[in-house]
Design a protein around this ligand. Structure first.
Ligand SMILES: [Zn+2]
Length: 155
């Protein structure tokens, strides 16, 4: 065997070894990266189960509060949806639809009232201006305290 052939063979073995190593690394990476989403999915499935188990109860509480508070505002309401928001307690649309986070169910009554009154008032005032807060104060006169208390709670 000539020197150059031996060298060529050694290069091939080296190349083959490198390819093997890369394939192993690739496999390892797939394994590592596949595990994380699977875990995350399990959490979100549990979260979804929790949402589905509590959604109707939350809807009942929210609808009762809307009826109670809207006695003051008399605003026309579209669809009321109970959702699984990650970062908000409630929202509304210009069509008069209201959305609420089902986790309202687990809040103290005074904070539930504040959230519902807040969204109802947005159907009359689509901003957080002075008129808006005056409207909120009609039903929740200590809204500032409740708003601060709510900000301290993680959804
Ligand atoms: Zn608002």
């Amino acid at each position: 065997m000539s020197g150059s052939l031996r060298c060529c063979l050694a290069k091939n073995i080296l190349a083959a070894t490198m390819i093997m190593l890369f394939k192993l690394l690739d496999f390892a990476m797939i394994f590592v990266f596949r595990r994380a989403p699977r875990k995350r999915q399990k959490v979100s499935q549990a979260a979804r189960k929790h949402y589905l188990a509590n959604r109707e109860m939350a809807r009942k509480v929210i609808k009762e509060l809307i009826d109670e508070l809207n006695g003051c505002y008399q605003v026309k309401i579209g669809r009321v949806a109970v959702k699984h928001h990650k970062s908000r307690w409630g929202s509304c649309s210009s069509k008069g639809n209201l959305n609420f986070n089902y986790k309202i169910l687990f809040l103290p009554r005074e904070l539930q009232e504040y959230i519902v009154a807040h969204e109802l008032c947005h159907l009359l005032e689509f901003n957080h201006g002075r008129n808006f807060w005056e409207l909120v104060a009609k039903t929740i006169n200590d809204y500032k305290l409740r708003r601060m208390a709510l900000k301290k709670i993680n959804i």
